[in-house]
Design a protein around this ligand. Structure first.
Ligand SMILES: Cc1cc2nc3c(=O)[nH]c(=O)nc-3n(C[C@H](O)[C@H](O)[C@H](O)COP(=O)(O)OP(=O)(O)OC[C@H]3O[C@@H](n4cnc5c(N)ncnc54)[C@H](O)[C@@H]3O)c2cc1C
Length: 262
């Protein structure tokens, strides 16, 4: 099975800061990591390869620094790595990002495409489904378990209050949750191998045949961040002290009624 895993290099922080002037992420001084869901996607792909054979290719769209994330994926055991990089791609929103990644994935070739459910910096959870749309593939999101039966995958999809078991024919796209599997560590041999392997770089000229130039970069992005501002901290709240459980419940109900919440 030829599996392509899309990985995004993200800042290692839950407190993403935006430059108020440019509305882009401030990356300086923040170490980068592979997005958490994507690392679980890599683990699931490696387990599938161990079960049914084939190869795992990791692909990332980003600046040259994203090579570090791809090397880490190689050190975990992935077979090939491809960086989609070019000035023409800069400033892409999710729609343009998905268009570019889809062109790259098409060029690489695939039976199964795995993306993370959501990136911890951009946080939109749009890119995976948009890649599937670009490639005309069936997709299952929020996947936390994958089994293979011939040319069909049997996957467990997570909802807030339940699960679905879904059968989906290959080729298809899955968006991975961290519950899919704890990612393995890089091995010492894997680290040496990772530095022997070449990371293939595909730029605009390489992908041009599969891209609409009007759909990429800042100019081709239909959405625009027009303003960014921090959330106001919520008030401290009220602590009810010295009350029995019944009195506390009554006091809370009274407050909620006063605010017309109940
Ligand atoms: C107008 C505009 C301009 C922007 N300009 C820039 C910019 O100049 N620089 C910048 O860094 N960001 C920019 N962004 C943010 C950028 O669009 C998003 O970071 C990117 O499209 C991914 O969206 P997300 O982080 O919400 O990913 P999600 O949709 O939350 O990611 C889901 C999954 O998709 C896959 N994925 C997402 N992005 C990539 C990627 N790059 N490579 C491989 N796989 C990926 C991963 O598997 C990930 O887990 C801009 C956004 C807008 C709206």
């Amino acid at each position: 099975m030829k599996i392509v895993v899309c990985i995004k290099q993200v800042p290692d922080t839950n407190e993403v800061k935006l430059d108020p002037k440019t509305n882009t992420l401030i990356r300086e001084g923040v170490p980068s990591i592979i997005n958490h869901d994507d690392r679980s996607g890599i683990e699931a792909a490696l387990q599938l390869r161990e079960k049914v054979g084939g190869a795992v290719t990791v692909v990332s769209m980003g600046p040259p620094q994203a090579e570090a994330a791809l090397r880490e994926a190689l050190a975990m055991g992935c077979d090939e790595a491809v960086l989609l990089s070019g000035r023409e791609f800069g400033g892409s929103d999710t729609w343009a990002t998905a268009h570019i990644i889809a062109a790259g994935v098409k060029k690489i070739g695939y039976d199964l495409v795995i993306t993370g459910r959501q990136a911890i910096d951009g946080d939109t959870a749009q890119v995976g489904p948009q890649i599937a749309e670009n490639l005309g593939l069936p997709q299952v999101s929020y996947v936390e378990k994958i089994d293979v039966e011939g040319d069909t995958l049997v996957v467990q999809r997570q909802y807030e209050d339940r699960y679905h078991i879904i059968e989906v024919k290959l080729p298809c796209l899955l968006t991975a949750l961290q519950e899919l599997g704890a990612p393995r560590y890089m091995s010492v041999g894997g680290i040496f191998d990772a530095y022997k392997k070449e990371i293939k770089i595909l730029g605009f000229e390489d992908l041009k045949g599969g891209l609409n130039p009007a759909f990429i970069g800042l100019k081709g992005s239909p959405t625009n961040v027009v303003q960014s501002f921090p959330k106001q901290a919520k008030g401290k709240g009220t602590v009810l002290q010295g009350k029995s459980t019944d009195e506390a419940v009554a006091a809370i109900i009274q407050k909620l009624e006063e605010k017309h919440i109940i």
